[in-house]
Design a binder for this molecule. Structure first.
Ligand SMILES: [Zn+2]
Length: 183
């Protein structure tokens, strides 16, 4: 039976925790964003059917990165707004939290003083890589990075394309927002 996943309330707050992690990552890994003004938002949905929703089943995005348009920048004084799911945050390890924040930062790039969004650098599926090998250049680059991890899971049941936990299939990325978790 399909369970109701009705969202009762969505709480959005500016997060100093996210900002601190983000600032450290920018200092170490993303010098391009040193002067970018990033608004860090923790967004927590409360569901009707359970106090502790299984985030892997609600289809909730782990995070998203949005760039400000000219009017946004003028009115809100931010270049990027990075939103992280509080429900996901609650179940991630410290290492995964850092990785998620870094993932969103990788979508953000200041070009000639203006915020731009960066798409994922390779398009494909991990299951494609497992089944077919590195048949394209971008897959080869990914394989070199992931080879140790892929070896560890090669005996496990192969999921359908795009279903590799915790990631879910990519959806359409528009020019203003890029999400992680469902796209
Ligand atoms: Zn992404």
């Amino acid at each position: 039976m399909r369970r109701a996943k009705r969202v009762l309330e969505t709480i959005r707050v500016k997060s100093e925790e996210l900002e601190a992690i983000g600032d450290n990552l920018i200092a170490d890994l993303s010098p391009n964003l040193t002067n970018a003004n990033i608004e860090w938002i923790m967004e927590t949905r409360q569901y009707q059917d359970t106090a502790k929703p299984a985030v892997t089943k609600t289809g909730e995005k782990m995070g998203s990165a949005k760039k400000a348009g000219p009017i946004d920048r003028m009115l809100h004084r931010w270049d990027f707004r990075i939103t992280i799911s509080g429900n996901w945050w609650a179940v991630l390890s410290d290492e995964q939290k850092k990785a998620l924040v870094y993932h969103e930062l990788c979508h953000c790039y200041m070009k000639d003083g203006k915020p731009t969004l960066v798409k994922h650098e390779f398009e494909g599926f991990l299951s494609e890589l497992r089944h077919c090998g590195a048949w394209a250049a971008d897959l080869k680059a990914v394989q070199e990075i992931l080879a140790p991890q892929l070896k560890l899971v090669e005996d496990e049941e192969v999921p359908v394309a795009g279903a590799d936990y915790p990631r879910q299939p990519e959806t359409v990325e528009n020019s203003a927002t890029i999400d992680f978790g469902t796209g």
